[in-house]
Design a binder for this molecule. Structure first.
Ligand code: SF4
Ligand code: SF4
Length: 241
């Protein structure tokens, strides 16, 4: 018993005191900043996922490879801002000169303010988004302090959090899991693959028909999405902050 207490004292308090305001390593590639005069056509030619549109950079397609900023640092840089979720697909388009994503308008009903259960479905993800989702539950990020938990059965879930581009092999399983979640239910897309198909969007092995029928309430970009992005986004829709 004594050795357990000593180990506990040695470990100290390991959770990040406030994951909503903590600073992060400056090298972390978070929310990008596009120069006001960025040549979007030139950048688009470089981008493996064609994330640049005439309006700006689609964060739902960006896989944060950094190629554009290494080639043209005068046009685009990545800041360590991990708060980059949105409540609509349109809000993920970052215009030249824009330094933050628009505030989210979507807020869950009040009964979910302190308790929100997620059923995670990995629909052909590479396991990195899944690992970061798992990490958001670890002692460090500790998303459960806000009442968010991952449950095994869709019957116990309030929301489905999807990772991966949705392979044809996973399309039925995803739909069945969604149908098993009782109303009211919410859909959350985590990572570039889930939001846009990412690097696999054009593959014949992908079947994204599910997303034509159901609309997500929360989009969390990244490849993979960082646990701090996940935690801050979840708290935002639960508490409206
Ligand atoms: S960092 Fe994003 S926008 Fe830039 S080249 Fe890679 S995928 Fe494209
Ligand atoms: S978004 Fe990136 S990290 Fe996440 S599942 Fe797809 S390839 Fe993997």
């Amino acid at each position: 018993m004594l050795h357990l207490l000593k180990a506990r004292l040695r470990h100290g308090y390991q959770a990040i005191p406030d994951p909503l305001t903590v600073g992060i390593d400056p090298a972390f590639p978070g929310l990008p900043e596009l120069a006001i005069d960025a040549d979007l056509e030139l950048l688009s030619e470089l981008c493996p996922t064609k994330a640049f549109t005439a309006q700006g950079l689609d964060l739902g397609r960006c896989v944060f490879c950094g190629l554009c900023s290494r080639k043209h640092p005068e046009m685009i840089t990545f800041t360590p801002n991990y708060k980059m979720a949105a409540d609509s697909r349109e809000k993920l388009i970052l215009a030249p000169g824009q330094i933050a994503l628009p505030k989210m308008d979507f807020v869950l009903p009040r009964k979910f303010r302190y308790s929100f259960a997620l059923r995670s479905v990995s629909a052909a993800g590479c396991n990195a988004c899944e690992m970061e989702l798992g990490a958001s539950n670890n002692v460090n990020f500790d998303i459960s302090r806000y009442g968010v938990e991952t449950v095994a059965s869709p019957r116990h879930a309030d929301a489905l959090i999807l990772t991966g581009p949705i392979s044809r092999n996973m399309a039925d399983a995803l739909n069945e899991t969604w149908q098993a979640i009782p109303e009211p239910k919410y859909l959350i897309l985590c990572g570039a693959c889930a939001i846009s198909g990412g690097l696999f969007g054009e593959s014949e092995a992908i079947d994204r028909a599910f997303l034509k029928h159901w609309e997500a309430c929360l989009y969390i970009p990244g490849c993979p999405a960082h646990p701090l992005s996940i935690v801050s986004a979840m708290v935002s829709i639960m508490r409206g902050s």
